[in-house]
Ligand binder design. Structure first.
Ligand SMILES: [Zn+2]
Length: 308
């Protein structure tokens, strides 16, 4: 049984500025947490740069040209209230997408059981025609469409336990009944979308949770709504938008989860992946802004991936 770990050095060089929470130190904390002897069995791979054709499965050519054309030669350029580019940002964004597409290729062709992509910038807020919320290209959505179009999988699901709603993934999926998106998220909170009434063509499940609600309501929403809907969808591939900013230590939100919750939900998603998808599961990093909590949470998540 093999778990792959994809990352790329350019993901450490994307620099939105010294006071920005989505900092290179996040990825350093993740990689440090996965460096101990317990993680020696991870098969570490360098993420390739994504093919433009893959990015264009989700994003408009206008969006891709707008983002890549705005990359500064030096310093910083803001393309959204909180989305900032540095000289390495385009390369980092393309390798973040490439991590997910390569991981999907490897898992679908049975080179490995599952994979974790330790990448930044994150992706789930990036809409087909808009970068926002620290996200340039939607890594998970692009991976899902590649799995459908290149590997001919019928049904692909993304489950998103980041504390923010993945408006970008929802926008990319909401009209296609063979794509499934489920999100638990704090509400009200950025970006404001993700009401229970947003159901797409019956393929979108949103569970808004109140600040301070903690483990009980999170697990109940997964057990009561997300997991049954995912089970009924019968995915051929399970993708996880793995943000760890619902952790109780996170400075950007107050959902009050801890590592045990991430262990629990990872086990549940693996169960469903085995029931319907031959175990095929790829997880990609989204948010998580307390460095200690992020490292410990990723360690817990990947420990479960390696245990299957
Ligand atoms: Zn987030």
């Amino acid at each position: 049984m093999t778990t792959l770990l994809y990352t790329h050095s350019s993901c450490l060089e994307h620099d939105p500025g010294s006071y920005h929470p989505e900092a290179p130190a996040r990825l350093r904390a993740v990689l440090a947490a996965l460096s101990g002897p317990e993680y020696a069995a991870l098969e570490r791979r360098e993420a390739p740069e994504a093919a433009l054709d893959d990015v264009l499965r989700v994003h408009s050519r206008h969006h891709v040209e707008h983002v890549l054309g705005a990359i500064p030669k030096a310093g910083h350029v803001a393309i959204d209230a909180d989305t900032v580019l540095s000289p390495a940002s385009g390369k980092a964004a393309l390798h973040a997408v490439g991590a997910v597409t390569a991981a999907i290729d490897a898992v679908v062709t049975k080179e490995a059981d599952n994979a974790f992509c330790a990448v930044r910038p994150p992706g789930h807020h990036a809409e087909p025609d808009r970068a926002m919320g620290f996200c340039l290209f939607n890594n998970a959505a692009i991976g899902a469409l590649r799995a459908r179009e290149v590997h001919r999988l019928d049904r692909v699901a993304v489950v998103d336990f980041d504390v923010h709603h993945g408006n970008g993934t929802q926008a990319a999926f909401e009209a296609d009944e063979n794509l499934f998106y489920a999100s638990t998220h704090q509400h009200p909170l950025y970006p404001g979308s993700g009401a229970m009434s947003e159901t797409g063509v019956g393929n979108i499940v949103n569970v808004p949770l109140r600040a301070m609600s903690g483990s009980g309501p999170f697990r109940a929403s997964m057990t009561g709504r997300v997991l049954p809907a995912l089970d009924a969808f019968r995915p051929d591939l399970v993708l996880i938008s793995a943000g760890f900013d619902a952790h109780r230590s996170d400075p950007l939100a107050q959902l009050m989860l801890d590592e045990a919750d991430y262990t629990w939900i990872t086990e549940k998603l693996i169960e469903i992946a085995f029931r319907h998808a031959g175990g095929r599961l790829v997880s990609t990093l989204e948010g998580g802004y307390d460095l200690t909590a992020l490292g410990a949470s990723v360690a817990a998540h990947v420990r479960v991936l390696m245990s299957v």
